[in-house]
Design a protein around this ligand. Structure first.
Ligand code: PRT
Ligand code: ZN
Length: 214
C-alpha cells in the first residue's frame, strides 16, 4: 500500500455528499468526480477519494483502508470503531432524540422504564438509558423507525431529528435529545509520517476555509 498518499472516504450519495465534496474543493483539492465513480484521484494533492455508504466509513478508517473519512458523529459514535475524531466540520447538524406518541403522557426519562423503543442507534440509546438507570426493550430496526409506535411495534422511537417534521407527521412528540451531531473528520490511528503531515496540511486548509466563512 502507498504510504505517501491520503485516501479520503466520503459518502457516495446522501445528506453528507454535497457538503463533503464542497469542503474538499474549497480546500483547493481538484479531482474528477465523474458520475458513478467509486474512487477518484486528486490531481494537485497526493490524495484519493473513495465514495462509500456512510455506515461503512468508520470501519474502513479503522482498518486503514481509508486514512480519513467524513461522516456524521452519530454514525461514528454508534459504530464504536477505534478511530480519531480530528475535526468537527459544522455541517449536517442534527440530533438523536427519543419520541413518543403525541397523546402519551410523558413526565421524564423514567417513564421509559420497561417500554419498547425502536431505533437504528441501539448503542447510543443503551448508553443513554443506562446513564439514567432506565431499562427498556430496544428494538433495532434499519429504517422507517418513526412509523413503529403508530403500528404498535414499539412505545417510542429514538431517531435522527433535524426540523422535527417527520416526528410530527407520524403523530410523535420529541421528549429527549440524547446526542447532538454534525459531520466530523475521522482519521486512522495508523498514519505514516507522510500521511500525518498531509493530514496536518489538510486540517490547516479546512480551518482556514471555516474561518473565512465566519
Ligand atoms: O446510503 P447511506 O447509508 O450512505 O446514507 P443514509 O441514508 O444512512 O444517511 P443519510 O444520507 O440520510 O444521512 C447521513 C447523515 O446526515 C446522518 O448520519 C446524520 O449525521 C446527518 N443528518 C442530518 C440526517 C438528518 N439531518 C436527517 N434529517 N440524517 C437523517 N435524517 C433523517 C432522519 O433519519 C429522519 O428520518 O431525516 C428524518 C428527520 O428529518 P426532519 O427534518 O423531518 O426532522
Ligand atoms: Zn447509512
Amino acid at each position: 500500500m502507498n504510504d505517501n498518499i491520503l485516501r479520503i472516504a466520503i459518502q457516495k450519495s446522501g445528506r453528507l455528499s454535497e457538503d463533503s465534496l464542497k469542503l474538499i474543493k474549497e480546500c483547493g483539492i481538484r479531482f474528477d468526480n465523474g458520475a458513478g465513480k467509486l474512487k477518484t484521484d486528486a490531481t494537485n494533492f497526493p490524495a484519493e477519494i473513495l465514495f462509500l455508504r456512510d455506515d461503512d466509513i468508520p470501519g474502513y478508517v479503522e482498518d486503514g483502508v481509508a486514512h480519513l473519512g467524513i461522516v456524521g458523529e452519530n454514525v461514528s459514535e454508534e459504530s464504536c470503531k477505534d478511530v480519531d475524531t480530528v475535526h468537527k466540520l459544522g455541517f449536517s447538524k442534527c440530533r438523536l432524540s427519543i419520541g413518543v406518541l403525541r397523546e402519551a403522557e410523558y413526565n421524564g426519562v423514567q417513564d421509559l422504564q420497561g417500554k419498547s423503543i425502536a431505533t437504528t442507534y441501539p448503542r447510543l440509546l443503551e448508553q443513554y438509558l443506562k446513564s439514567h438507570d432506565v431499562t427498556a426493550d430496544i428494538h433495532e430496526i434499519s429504517g422507517s423507525v418513526e412509523i413503529a409506535p403508530s403500528i404498535g411495534l414499539a412505545d417510542a422511537v429514538c431517531d435522527i431529528v433535524s426540523s422535527g417534521s417527520t416526528l410530527l407527521s407520524n403523530g410523535l412528540k420529541e421528549v429527549e435529545t440524547i446526542f447532538r451531531s454534525e459531520a466530523v473528520m475521522i482519521a486512522s490511528k495508523h498514519l505514516s509520517p507522510v500521511q500525518q503531515d498531509l493530514l496536518d496540511q489538510l486540517l490547516f486548509r479546512i480551518k482556514s476555509v471555516q474561518v473565512a466563512k465566519n
